[in-house]
Write a protein that binds this ligand. Structure first.
Ligand code: AMP
Ligand code: MG
Length: 346
């Protein structure tokens, strides 16, 4: 596939919207990750999304709308909890699954009778939605299986030559794909964890929250397929195991040196904590193997920078990336979910 891809600056959202309205495929920023969008009413345009991504056709897209007044145009018979979820958490990184409106193109939902809907907060996504005047089906703008782009540069690297346009929306503030939920006889079931956490939904809505991902991931179709994997091998480990894992990766890579290969390390908090765990991070002058470390002060910062760090380590030719798993609550749950998949743990 080689298309002429127009690169647009942030203020050219009118051109992006016109392309969407006339059957094109456009990459644009949302607050979660960059999306690969097409008119959700146009089946041929939605099929082009799957071709650009190399995405299995049974992996449904998220349909983006401008506000709650558009909800009944995409979901049939949205229940009370669905409406409450949108009114409390939207615009924002929450996607709710409901019964698909017949006017939504079958390709957008991978042939399913249900549709996943989100109201994005990012000004670029909102300007395009407003000007296009149609719901926009948009999965993440990565090539299938790879980490999602969260910067304009990564979006260009992934999709130039495969789409009609890519519009600059800067760096995505959340950095992880949205929380996906379904509502089910009075409870909210999380199909994919994200920045809207179980704790937040419980606190704000006072409803029961259940979990259907990881081992139970067949419930959300897309989560079956391999995801978020850079070219480098990812080792996702708990904090206490980082030192030993770096040492092991160095030994193993040392026996099979790849030209220019190094180790990437992604950790939370202060780098000195690594020395106390016994790791010597930078390679000795005599070694051909070096480590590059990305340190994030908070889980939020790690989520925002995670995919870009993985992609940057690929650009530098790292053979292995060792990542610290954050604690398993709040946003840490979503980061752990993506890391487990990137590492092929489940
Ligand atoms: P992406 O936009 O690339 O983050 O992928 C969209 C994801 O949302 C899919 O891979 C599914 O996990 C989820 N999703 C989309 N539509 C549905 C649906 N109808 N039912 C359940 N999950 C869905
Ligand atoms: Mg995706």
């Amino acid at each position: 596939m080689s298309k002429d891809t127009v690169l647009l600056s942030a203020e050219q959202h009118g051109i992006a919207a016109r392309l969407v309205a006339t059957g094109g495929v456009v990459v644009f920023a949302t607050e979660t990750v960059y999306g690969l969008g097409a008119n959700a009413y146009d089946d041929a345009a939605c099929r082009a999304i799957f071709a650009a991504k190399g995405r299995p056709v049974d992996n449904p897209c998220i349909v983006h709308i401008l506000d709650e007044t558009c909800l009944d145009e995409v979901i049939v018979g949205a229940d009370e909890i669905t409406r409450a979820l949108f009114s409390v958490f939207s615009p924002g990184p929450l996607t709710v699954v409901g019964e698909k409106h017949p006017s939504i193109a079958p390709a957008a939902t991978g042939g399913l009778g249900t549709v996943a809907v989100r109201i994005p907060a990012h000004p670029s996504a909102r300007s395009i939605l407003r000007a296009a005047g149609v719901p926009i089906a948009a999965p993440s703008a990565n090539r299938s299986g790879k980490p999602s782009p969260t910067t304009f540069r990564a979006a260009i690297e992934a999709m130039r030559g495969r789409v009609d346009a890519i519009i600059d929306g800067g760096a995505c503030s959340v950095g992880l794909e949205s929380t996906v939920v379904t509502t089910d006889s009075g409870c909210v079931r999380i199909l994919r964890p994200g920045a809207i956490t179980a704790e937040m939904i419980r606190d704000r809505l006072g409803v029961r929250v259940e979990f259907s991902y990881g081992a139970a991931s067949h419930v959300s179709p897309g989560t079956r397929h391999p995801h978020y994997r850079p070219d480098a091998r990812v080792l996702a480990v708990e904090r206490a195991e980082i030192g030993a894992t770096i040492a092991r990766a160095r030994r193993e890579a040392w026996t099979q040196p790849a030209p220019g290969a190094g180790i990437g390390v992604i950790v939370l908090g202060d780098e000195p904590s690594l020395s106390s765990s016994g790791a010597s991070l930078m390679g000795e002058a005599s070694e051909s193997l070096t480590a590059t470390v990305a340190v994030f002060p908070t889980v939020e910062a790690m989520a925002a920078g995670l995919y870009e760090s993985l992609l940057e380590f690929d650009r530098r030719g790292c053979s292995v990336v060792i990542v610290e798993m954050p604690p398993p609550y709040g946003l840490g749950t979503a980061v752990r979910d993506r890391l487990s998949r990137a590492a092929g743990i489940e």
